[in-house]
Ligand binder design. Sequence first.
Ligand SMILES: Cc1ncc(COP(=O)(O)O)c(C=O)c1O
Length: 343
Amino acid sequence: MIDIDNLVRENVKTLIPYSCARNEFTGSDGTFLDANENPFGSLNRYPDPYQRKLKEGISRIKNVPENSIFLGNGSDEIIDLCFRIFCKPGSDSVLTFSPTYGMYEVAAAINDVRLVTVPLNDDFQIDTGKTMKALKDPSLKLVIICSPNNPTGNSMRAEDIEIIIRNFRGIVLIDEAYGDFSKQKSFRNMINTCLNLIVMQTFSKAMGMAAARIGMAFMNPALVGYFNKIKPPYNISTINQVAAVKCLSRFEMVNTRIRLILKERERLAQALEKITIIEKVFPSDSNFLLVRTGNADKVYSELIDNNIIVRNRNRIIPGCIRITVGTKKENDRLLSALRKISI
Ligand SMILES: Cc1ncc(COP(=O)(O)O)c(C=O)c1O
């Protein structure tokens, strides 16, 4: 049995958190003279620090109890908080599987935590042999698995993820930012049995709300307590909480758009395969496609000249660019520009 408290940095355990003015009163029709707010206006009050209404909606849709949900100012805030709660600067380390989402490395550098990377194999899957060896390092406190992975687009094999969860006694963070585009089942149902597991999702991708900056993390309630302890008190604005609640109330539209994106992903992949400068279109479980060309830098800059912006991944996966699936019109514009490029 894993003792969660043992995974947390000593200073976080002993920290006395900032206490919001309204922690003790949860009603809405009081006479609020406690937080030095302005009595006039419509956005004059501080947001609900625990986003209760939004968590109610998320709980219904994701089938996770409200007390197992933590919300961050984007998943990026949750990633940073994971480093701050579980990794001691200057001595602890974190494991990721390269190539992967760049913010893990940035968060490690900001927090002065050593980044250990195990390269994905030729199929962009986890090399479990090398990983098992890496898990033995006593300084390792956090393993981050991005599935589906950015920028490769594929999901990690569920069996390999389970091996890591079973064999590591630190925190396992699974980043499922693109999970709603994937055929693979979410790991969020395992948080009840795996106390060291955190599953992260976001409003930024399938939910279409990147501007609202809301990341979700599902985990054991005892872990949620530590996140609440160190987060900035009002980390999600009222405007964004309200927008997200509205998005959840129209979930049928979200699902319709996911289906549209998936249909376009297949059409785009097939059309890209027929273009001579495209050498390979990698299988995708996400809302983007990784493609290899003979000259990624040239393709990237010629697309820019046509006001089409894709992501040049040449430095981390030679010859590759990453293309987000857009609307039919946007994808057609991309396809016709690519057909004109010669390398
Ligand atoms: C794998 C992955 N995780 C997290 C994020 C960031 O998500 P958010 O917008 O919730 O901060 C991204 C953004 O591209 C991503 O690719």
